[in-house]
Design a protein around this ligand. Structure first.
Ligand code: GBH
Length: 502
């Protein structure tokens, strides 16, 4: 479905772009105004879990500086801002019968109001990994389906009620990470793993699949709640955001590598997107995992099917995929589909340049390919790119002047936005918006503050001062090359929809 007959990259006139952040990574104010601890507050206290021994206690101090953040957004020309809500700031203990913290709600109400006043559209993520610690202590958090689903639904209700003007909702950010990094490798909170040297509890062969399953069901319940009780009066759209990097065959001549690359896409995205679009798990996962992969009841499956108003896509890089021999037994801890994920292909070529993140070597053509894969598999859904960005090798060791001249990040955005504009105009993929990760340097989870993803330099040693890097100001120019090359689509993702239109 070519939208530009001249085969030039382009984006619709009403394309929405901006930047993203997440609560625990930027807010700080960990003990302010009644916020309760999350599993990340606890995880950071365990020696050895965070590279630089840091935490999100202060982070970028955005809890006290949202006005500065909005000024920053205005400087960049951003049209939208994606942020997440800290569940334990709103309901400190987290549970459905636990008290609400009005001060926490007030913070987000003001943030949303001030964003609109500045002409910036808010996109709100309900959950970006920071589960209230009390829910983990009470019932093991994600592992307890009935409790977790009911508590998440009540939390979602409280937030939907408080923020009626928000029209773009994301239920969960990257459930893959809560499941695999949090319950298989144990490098993210709550740290569960079968590796007893790393943590005293966990079952890497089963827990990730239970966690993913329960998050999916919680997502489906929140979507139903929104559609039944809030969408009719507020308009607006809701979806889940999935991480996914492109998978290219290590040896394109080897059909087994080609199949393995496809399997890897199914194990990363299909794990969540197949239930959301089709109401069931991918066949490849069922074959490998058997009854370790939970089953949906018919009601759950029906609730999940069609539970995305758009596809929320986080995307960073690509990998080369090499199959493991079929004769080799499945590793019970494997979560990728019986294969090796590499950063070089058979010819010894690197997938892309190295960055500060061991897992991230950029390759923009992979973005175009993955957009096409999602579009084809799920019936050309509207796609909202909710994160895309890069760290830079050694950035943290450079002088402030050098950091501000982040040409590598500008190159990354240039090539990735172009690849997206090709997918839209030439391949006919329906992308409606794009959020760069991230508005500012922030707490990069297990890597602490050593890895920077921001388009804004945050000087942690000098009172969290913010200085826009070159990339902060360039993204606007990059988008100017493409936006308007295609006519507006007037979709609900762009701008504010009112109840009549919804
Ligand atoms: C995003 O995740 C997060 O949403 C965001 O909070 C974070 O700051 C940003 O990335 C930068 O890291 O499984 O071998 O690939 C990105 C997706 C998926 C990247 C899991 C790291 C772990 C290593 N993440 N991945 S691997």
């Amino acid at each position: 479905m070519v939208r530009d007959p001249t085969h030039q990259p382009g984006l619709p006139a009403d394309f929405l772009w901006g930047f993203a952040t997440a609560a625990y990574q930027i807010e700080g104010g960990a003990n302010d105004d009644g916020r309760g601890p999350s599993i990340w507050d606890s995880f950071c206290k365990i020696p050895g879990k965070i590279a630089d021994g840091s935490s999100g206690d202060v982070a970028c101090d955005s809890y006290h500086r949202h006005t500065e953040d909005i000024e920053l957004l205005k400087k960049t020309g951003a049209m939208a801002y994606r942020f997440s809500i800290s569940w334990s700031r709103v309901i400190p203990l987290g549970g459905r019968n636990d008290p609400i913290n009005q001060a926490g709600i007030d913070y987000y109400v003001k943030l949303v109001d001030d964003l609109y006043a500045a002409g910036i559209t808010p996109l709100v993520t309900l959950f970006h990994w920071d589960l209230p610690d009390e829910l983990y202590k009470r019932y093991d958090g994600f592992l307890n389906k009935d409790e977790f689903v009911a508590d998440f639904e009540r939390y979602a209700r409280v937030v939907f009620e408080a923020l009626p003007n928000v029209k773009h909702w994301i239920t969960f950010n990257e459930p893959y990470c809560s499941a695999v990094l949090g319950h298989n490798w144990g490098i993210f909170a709550p740290g569960h793993t079968s590796d007893r040297k790393r943590f005293h509890r966990g079952d890497s062969s089963r827990e990730p699949w239970i966690v993913g399953h329960n998050i999916l069901i919680a997502h489906a319940h929140a979507v139903k709640l929104y559609r039944d009780e809030f969408k009719p009066k507020n308009g607006g759209e809701i979806a889940i955001t999935l991480n996914g990097d492109w998978a290219e065959a290590w040896d394109p001549e080897d059909p087994e590598d080609v199949q393995a690359a496809q399997r890897r896409l199914e194990f990363w995205m299909g794990w969540y997107a197949d239930p959301v679009y089709f109401g069931r798990y991918p066949t490849s996962m069922r074959e490998q995992l058997g009854d370790r992969l939970p089953n949906f009841t018919p009601e759950e499956s029906a609730l999940l099917k069609g539970s995305n108003d758009f596809y929320g896509m986080n995307h960073y890089c690509a990998n080369y995929i090499k199959h493991k021999p079929a004769s080799e037994p499945f590793d019970p801890f494997d979560h990728q589909g019986h294969l090796e994920s590499l950063q070089e292909n058979k010819a010894g070529e690197a997938v892309g340049p190295k960055t500060q993140s061991f897992w991230l070597q950029p390759s923009a053509p992979g973005f175009r390919k993955l957009l096409n894969w999602i579009s084809e598999r799920y019936g050309r859904p509207k796609i909202l790119v909710t994160e895309n960005g890069t760290s830079i090798l050694g950035e943290n060791d450079k002088s402030k002047e050098e950091i501000l001249q982040d040409d590598f990040r500008v190159w990354y955005f240039e090539t990735y936005v172009e690849a997206m504009a090709q997918a839209v105009a030439i391949d006919g993929v329906d992308v409606r918006g794009y959020m760069g990760w991230s508005l500012m340097d922030n707490f990069e989870w297990a890597e602490g503050y050593e890895t920077r993803f921001g388009v804004t330099y945050v000087d942690y040693k000098n009172n969290q001062q913010r200085f826009p890097k070159r990339s902060a100001l360039e993204l606007k120019n990059i988008f100017a090359k493409y936006i308007g090359k295609l006519p507006a689509v007037n979709g609900e993702i762009n701008g504010v929809v009112d109840a009549e239109q919804a």
